[in-house]
Design a protein around this ligand. Structure first.
Ligand SMILES: Nc1ncnc2c1ncn2[C@@H]1O[C@H](COP(=O)(O)OP(=O)(O)OP(=O)(O)O)[C@@H](O)[C@H]1O
Length: 246
C-alpha cells in the first residue's frame, strides 16, 4: 500500500523545480487532507441544518426577489446608501466569531432587505446557515407545529431557529402584537444571544418604537458586542424595479 510519503515523493517529481510545494512531507500532506475532510464535513453539517430549516419554513431562507442581491448590485446615489452599503459589507466580512447583531430601520423600499440578503448570500457562500423570514412567516411556522400531524414540535423549531448562524427577522412592527409573538421573538433572541449567535431585525419602526413593541429585554440583547444599527431614510427604490435586474 502506498504511504503518504510515497505519494508525496511521486508528487514532488511532477512539480517543476521552480515551484515551492505547499507541503514538505507526506505527513504534512496527510494532515492537510484530514483538515480539509474535517472542514468539508462541518460545511455539510451546516448545509444540512440550513436545508432542514428551509424545509420547515416551506421556502429557502432568502426569497426569490432577493436571491441575487449582493453588495455589488446595491446602487449608491446618496451618502446614506453609501454608508449603509459599507457598514453591511463590513458586517459580513467580520461575521466570523462575532456576536454582533444588526438592526436596519427606516422607510419602505430603501434596501433593508436587499442589504440583509446581500449579507446572507455572502455568508451562505462561505458555508454559513442563514434564514431570513418575516414575523408573519415565523408565527405561521410556529403555529403549524400545534397541528397534531406536524413532524416538527414547537421546541424543535425554536431550537433550529436558535442555531442557524444568522437569523434575520423582517417586518417587525407589521404584526398583531399578540403576547405569543412577543414571547417567541423574546425566546429566540434570548437563546441566540446566549449562545453567541447574532440576529438581524428589519423594521419600518424607529428603535424606540421597536423597544416599546418588543420590550427592552429583547432590544438590549440586540446591542451585544459591536452591533450595527442603520437608519434607511431616503426615497424608495421600488418603482424602479422591473424584476429582471439581478
Ligand atoms: N440602492 C439600491 N440599489 C439597487 N436595488 C435596490 C436599492 N434599494 C432597493 N433596491 C431594490 O428595491 C426593492 C425594494 O427594496 P427592499 O425590499 O430591500 O426594501 P426594504 O427597505 O426592505 O422595504 P420594506 O421596508 O418595505 O420591506 C428590492 O428589489 C431591492 O433589491
Amino acid at each position: 500500500m502506498k504511504t503518504p510519503n510515497d505519494l508525496f515523493s511521486r508528487l514532488k517529481k511532477l512539480i517543476p523545480s521552480n515551484i515551492k510545494p505547499k507541503f514538505e512531507s507526506g505527513e504534512e500532506l496527510l494532515a492537510w487532507n484530514q483538515e480539509q475532510g474535517r472542514l468539508r464535513s462541518e460545511a455539510i453539517l451546516l448545509e444540512n441544518r440550513a436545508m432542514k430549516m428551509q424545509r420547515v419554513m416551506g421556502r429557502s431562507g432568502i426569497r426569490e426577489l432577493y436571491m441575487n442581491c449582493s453588495f455589488d448590485n446595491y446602487r449608491v446615489e446618496n451618502n446614506g446608501q453609501r454608508k449603509a452599503l459599507n457598514l453591511a459589507r463590513e458586517y459580513a466580512a467580520k461575521f466570523e466569531n462575532s456576536i454582533a447583531s444588526f438592526v436596519f430601520t427606516g422607510r419602505p423600499g430603501t434596501g433593508k432587505n436587499h442589504l440583509s440578503a446581500a449579507i446572507g448570500n455572502d455568508l451562505i457562500l462561505r458555508g454559513k446557515s442563514v434564514v431570513i423570514l418575516t414575523v408573519a412567516d415565523l408565527m405561521s411556522s410556529m403555529k403549524s407545529t400545534f397541528n397534531g400531524s406536524s413532524s416538527v414540535t414547537e421546541q424543535r423549531l425554536l431550537h433550529d431557529l436558535s442555531h442557524v448562524n444568522l437569523l434575520v427577522i423582517d417586518e417587525i412592527g407589521i404584526q398583531s402584537e399578540s403576547r405569543y409573538e412577543k414571547v417567541i421573538i423574546n425566546q429566540i433572541v434570548d437563546r441566540r444571544s446566549s449562545s453567541k449567535r447574532p440576529t438581524g431585525m428589519l423594521s419600518n419602526l424607529d428603535p424606540s418604537s421597536m423597544n416599546a413593541l418588543l420590550g427592552e429585554r429583547v432590544m438590549d440583547r440586540m446591542r451585544l458586542g459591536n452591533s450595527l444599527w442603520v437608519r434607511f431614510d431616503w426615497e424608495s427604490y421600488r418603482s424602479r424595479i422591473r424584476g429582471d435586474e439581478y
